[in-house]
Each structure stands twice: as structure tokens, then as C-alpha cells.
Design a protein around this ligand. Structure first.
Ligand SMILES: *Cc1c(COP(=O)(O)O)cnc(C)c1O
Length: 354
């Protein structure tokens, strides 16, 4: 039976991407060799890396604007400290909007002083703080565009007088933004791009080289840029599969096209949450994430019935994170509109039963 995969990450990828990726594991470009058993310095793989890097910049509208794209390892979690190592000299400002922001703050604090410009922690992160000031003399400002666990998303980014760094792990390539507003963007692949194992980092080159500390080579963006993202053996399978997803997205019409589909999915999902008296959304309405819809049953006694109905409909991966509870429907780029329709049908069926 076909499953409807609402997993928060690792998560659904386009079927055609999975098919092509699995073919390449057996026979890459009809070479008689597997993608994962050839040299990463061979021309076919160097072409993959270059294609993936340029597709990322092209889709974000950042080509020819002084940015470089890197495919690194260590997950978004390694970027929490890498950003600080490369950018933090005196002080940085962080917006605390959830578990991942808090982890980014914790790592940066190892290196220097961090100022929380605002936080929604006391409300269990159910909203995005607004109207805060960003000091002009700090090294950079860091924010998390989409809070995967709590289901909130920054809709309007602040005017930022200093370099802006953004963790876009769970909504990169999902909506139209002016990406030139950001100086460093990073995103673990496993939410909207590919398998776990690589992290896309997009860096505006002119913000680098301003800290006085010595940076270990593997942690140094400049080293990775100078080696065209091949300083050491890259995660070839994860990079190749990410490239396939970026090609899929480009063929679909890029971010404008997927953004329209994502709008539609989110509208259907949230209107059911709002109209159905059995459910209550977790995040405040104006900050709701288009990628992760978090909601609870008003009457917990219905949980077993609802869970059974979800299972029978082939809906998977919809349990909420332990820090929020309830349910979380993750609607990443590759999730078909039909899957959302099936989920919404089950929710309204529960209402007729209850
Ligand atoms: C999942 C996630 C991370 C952690 O990514 P890893 O690749 O597992 O280190 C960081 N930030 C956000 C917003 C996430 O959703």
C-alpha cells in the first residue's frame, strides 16, 4: 500500500529521485561502476559536485552575486559551531525560536559572548518574537527560518544592519525569499533536499576572514571554498541525491512553482485544523509553518481511534516531537498534495465518528 509520508526528517524525497539514486548505486551513468565505488576526484563525480553547487545557487537566485555553495558533513549541528568559529570575534546576536536555535546559541557560547536579541522560550516557542533590535556593532545576527519541532516560521525577516546567518534546514527551497539578504545560509540535506550526510552551506565570500583566531582546516569555510567543496572525500551519495532533487525542483519550475504547491498544502491543512472542533493548532496563527503543522487533539480520549484511522489510511510519521506532543504533519517539498488531502479527510471523518 502506498504510504503518505509526513516524517519530519529524514523525510520524503521525490520518487523519481529515489529511482535515479538507486540506479546510480548499481551503475552510474552506464559506466559499469557504482557511484559509491569511484574516485571522488574522477571527472564524473567532480561534475556532480559542480552541478549540485551551481544548481543550489541558481535556485536561490544567488548566482554571480559573490556567494559560494558548499556540501559539507557533520549536519546542521556542526554549522552551529562552524558559524561561530568563522564569524564570531566579539559578540553575536541570536534569535531564540526553538530547540535548534537554543543549540546554536549553546555552541556559539563556547567561543564568545552571545546576546539573545529575543526569545519565545517562555511560551514553549509557540510564536516568533518580533520588533526586537539588532545591535549594529555585533559580528552577526543568527536566526532559524523554520522551527521544525514547534511548527513556527519567520514570515518577515528583520532589516539587518550586520551579516545575517540563517539555519534554513527545514524550509530551504520551499518559498520565495530575497536570499541576498543573508550572508550565510545552512541546511542539513535530510529535510528538503536529500539523504542525511551532507549539509548545504551558502556563504557570501566577503564576510569571511574577519576573525583573529586560528580555524582548524575542516572548520574553515575558506578552506572548503578554495578546494571547491572537495577538501576531503565528500559524502558522494548524499551529494548526488541532493543534486537529483535540485534538478527535479528546477524542472518543476524552481522555487516559485513549489512555493505555490506548498501554499496550497498548508492552506488545506490549517483550514481543517481551524474548522474541526476536535483539533487545536499549537503555533500562533500568524507564525504557522508551511512545512510543519503542529496540532493536538482537544480530547485525548480520541487518540487511539485517530491513530488507528491514520494507520489504516497509510499515514506515517505524524507523531509530534516529545517537547510539543500531539501531532506534526511535515509537508516538505516532495510531499504530494494528495497526501495532505488524505490526512484532512481522516481528520474530518473522525469528527463525524466522534
Ligand atoms: C533537523 C534540524 C537541525 C539538525 O540537523 P542535523 O543535520 O541533524 O545536525 C538543525 N536545525 C534545524 C532547523 C533542523 O530542523
Amino acid at each position: 500500500m502506498k504510504k503518505h509520508n509526513f516524517s519530519a526528517g529524514p523525510c520524503i524525497l521525490p520518487q523519481e529521485v529515489l529511482l535515479k539514486a538507486s540506479e546510480a548505486v548499481l551503475d552510474f551513468n552506464e559506466s559499469g561502476l557504482s557511484l559509491i565505488e569511484i574516485s571522488h576526484r574522477s571527472k564524473p563525480f567532480v561534475d556532480v559536485m559542480e552541478n549540485a553547487r551551481s544548481l543550489a545557487l541558481e535556485l536561490l537566485g544567488l548566482e554571480g552575486k559573490g556567494y559560494k555553495a558548499l556540501f559539507l558533513q557533520g549536519g546542521a549541528s556542526t554549522q552551529f559551531l562552524m558559524v561561530a568559529l568563522n564569524m564570531l570575534e566579539k559578540r553575536a546576536g541570536y534569535l531564540n525560536t526553538g530547540t535548534w536555535s537554543a543549540k546554536a546559541i549553546k555552541e556559539a557560547k563556547i567561543y564568545d559572548d552571545i546576546y539573545e536579541v529575543a526569545s519565545s522560550e517562555s511560551a514553549n516557542y509557540n510564536y516568533i518574537p518580533k520588533g526586537y533590535d539588532i545591535p549594529t556593532d555585533y559580528d552577526y545576527f543568527h536566526c532559524t527560518s523554520n522551527n521544525t519541532i514547534f511548527g513556527t516560521q519567520i514570515k518577515k525577516f528583520p532589516e539587518c544592519p550586520i551579516p545575517m546567518v540563517c539555519d534554513m534546514s527545514s524550509d530551504i527551497f520551499s518559498r520565495e525569499l530575497d536570499f541576498t539578504k543573508f550572508d550565510i545560509i545552512y541546511a542539513g540535506a535530510q529535510k528538503n533536499m536529500g539523504p542525511a550526510g551532507t549539509t548545504l552551506v551558502v556563504v557570501k565570500e566577503d564576510v569571511l576572514g574577519k576573525v583573529s583566531r586560528k580555524i582548524p582546516s575542516m572548520m574553515d569555510y575558506k578552506v572548503h571554498i578554495s578546494k571547491s567543496s572537495m577538501f576531503n572525500t565528500p559524502p558522494v551519495f548524499a551529494v548526488y541525491t541532493s543534486m537529483l532533487t535540485l534538478e527535479w525542483l528546477k524542472n518543476l519550475g524552481g522555487i516559485p512553482a513549489i512555493s505555490e504547491i506548498n501554499d496550497k498544502k498548508a492552506r488545506i491543512m490549517y483550514s481543517e485544523i481551524d474548522i474541526n472542533p476536535l483539533f487545536k493548532g499549537f503555533a500562533v496563527k500568524e507564525d504557522r509553518s508551511q512545512m510543519n503543522a503542529t496540532f493536538n487533539l482537544v480530547n485525548g480520549d480520541l487518540k487511539d481511534t485517530f491513530d488507528t484511522m491514520l494507520k489504516e489510511a497509510g499515514i506515517e510519521g505524524i507523531n509530534g516531537h516529545r517537547s510539543v506532543g500531539g501531532y506534526r504533519a511535515s509537508m516538505y517539498n516532495a510531499l504530494p498534495l494528495d497526501s495532505v488531502k488524505v490526512l484532512v479527510e481522516v481528520m474530518s471523518e473522525l469528527e463525524t465518528k466522534a
